[in-house]
Design a protein around this ligand. Structure first.
Ligand code: G6P
Length: 476
């Protein structure tokens, strides 16, 4: 199959790599941030196909190219597109709305127009390159109109859609002035995947109420006889790949070095997140600061590393969060630190996979406390690196991962006292207890890896339509 006509196409807002220009003018490719890329990159390497997406820089047109065994097809975004479609509608309207309105969503008509315009650009590119009867897999909230647009252009394609973030409760979703258009956009797919069964149910209910289609369980019946299936497929990681990386002598040596540089404390706690208001960073830092201030843990024994990866830095709520976290870390370290003893090591930077693996290996307790999160793959990565069954995971009930990782120390991050107590339990747990829990967590993560996720989704997508575009699923 020539590369120009792939029969498997992934469409995501971002390509797996960002084009960055260093201060001395050198052009570099850097792994894009976020869980979507972590999950899909190994899938793409195992399928021969094309990945359509934006390369992270404005006002730049690039030709398709091959990178690390993947065929990448860049979509250009102008500076206006970046402001209105990416920073605006995607990340200041949909992102907060879909995450329980933790920040207030903004509704602007120009942003919506840009969303429609850019979605059409992605759909056209896919329609142009996909082979006859190809499978096209559209990803995430930035591209919810693409399935319908693409179907109108290319009815021969099999179209799947997966939402990596939560789908909001119907009461919140109703706020969206373009709620019907988005539902109709998604209904262009044959299969719409969500992280959790509740999200799929929300979607089905909204389709019934707002679009008026007949539905039964996980199936929507469209007037033209087509059916759309909506189901949950909890996403995962390349668990084996991550474990293998974490076993290399280089990563193990680096993990030892990290602990050494902290003064070899008894317990290292770790948080790794994109700097995002959904991640519950203030709650966990406050809880840790109070544990030290209350004398429940000793400064000599315990250190907290918090990595915050820069994200969406020009969006207002992200700018505010950055300032808040800087202040909070400064205040806590100022209040409870001593000379040569900084309780929280806060780093605002992104790191390569090797360094992340070393940090996971260096950490006794991983603290993941989002207020709302579609899945949270950092929690799964930590578990994949704990091949010696050591280490404890403190995990928010509001992360999609909590449904699978039941042996974690589950917390409600809004409840600071409860959070303190669980963190303390995790710090003081016996080796037997942590190893019992970690074994169960590892079984879950190692068995349900990214290959299984992709196979489950793509098998269902292929079963959903026969080559003539008619549904093959009988009405039950
Ligand atoms: C989340 C989203 C992805 C997004 C990533 C990074 O994982 O689900 O769609 O790509 O965050 O965010 P960014 O805005 O930098 O692409």
């Amino acid at each position: 199959m020539p590369r120009e006509q792939p029969d498997f196409v992934v469409i995501a807002n971002r390509l797996p790599v960002d084009r960055v220009t260093s201060p001395d003018g050198e052009v570099l490719w850097r792994t894009s941030p976020g869980g979507l890329v972590t999950a899909l990159e190994p899938v793409m390497r195992r399928h021969d196909g094309a990945w359509i997406g934006w390369h992270g820089a404005a006002d730049e047109k690039l030709r398709p190219f091959d990178h690390a065994g993947m065929h990448l097809v860049p979509i250009p975004l102008t500076e206006d597109d970046v402001q209105e479609y990416y920073e605006g509608f995607s990340n200041a309207t949909l992102w907060p709305l879909y995450h329980d309105v933790i920040a207030a969503p903004e509704y602007h008509r120009e942003w919506w127009d840009a969303y429609v315009r850019v979605n059409r650009r992605f759909a056209k590119k896919a329609a142009q390159i996909a082979a006859e009867g190809a499978t096209v897999w559209v990803q995430d909230y930035q591209l919810q109109l693409v399935p319908q647009m693409l179907r109108a252009l290319r009815p021969d394609l099999r179209i799947g859609f997966f939402l990596h973030i939560p789908f909001p409760p119907t009461e919140l979703y109703q706020q969206l002035p373009w709620r019907r258009e988005i539902l109709e956009g998604l209904l262009g797919a044959d299969l719409v995947g969500f992280q959790a069964p509740g999200a799929a149910q929300n979607f089905i209910r909204l389709v019934r109420q707002r679009v008026g289609h007949k539905t039964h369980r996980d199936t929507v019946y469209l007037p033209d006889g087509r059916t759309v299936l909506a189901k949950a497929y909890p996403i995962s990681i390349d668990a084996e790949g991550f474990e293998t990386l974490s076993r290399t002598p280089e990563v193990q040596a680096r993990a030892a070095e990290i602990r050494e540089s902290l003064g070899n404390p008894e317990t290292v706690l770790l948080g790794i997140d994109r700097l995002d208001y959904t991640k519950g960073l203030p709650q966990r830092l406050r809880a840790f600061g109070e544990l030290v201030a209350d004398g429940l843990v000793q400064l000599d024994d315990v250190k907290f590393i918090q990595i915050a990866t820069p994200s969406r830095e020009r969006v207002n709520s992200y700018k505010l969060l950055r300032d808040n976290i800087n202040q909070l870390v400064g205040r806590i370290n100022g209040d409870i630190g001593r000379i040569g003893q900084q309780p929280i090591q806060y780093l605002h930077a992104s790191y390569p996979r090797e360094e992340m693996a070393a940090m996971y290996r260096a950490a006794d307790v991983m603290v993941v406390t989002p207020l709302r999160d579609g899945m949270n793959l950092v929690a799964k990565e930590y578990i994949a690196t704990r091949w010696d069954n050591r280490g404890a995971l403190v995990l928010s009930e509001f992360a999609g991962a909590a449904a699978e990782l039941k042996q974690a120390y589950l917390v409600n991050p809004h409840d600071i006292n409860g959070l303190k107590q669980k963190m303390l339990e995790a710090i003081n747990a016996s080796g037997r207890e942590t190893s019992r829990r970690m074994k169960a967590l590892r079984k879950q993560v190692m068995e349900n890896d990214i290959d299984r996720w992709a196979n489950d989704f793509l098998t269902e997508l292929n079963a959903q339509r026969d080559p003539h575009g008619k549904t093959t699923r009988p009405i039950s």
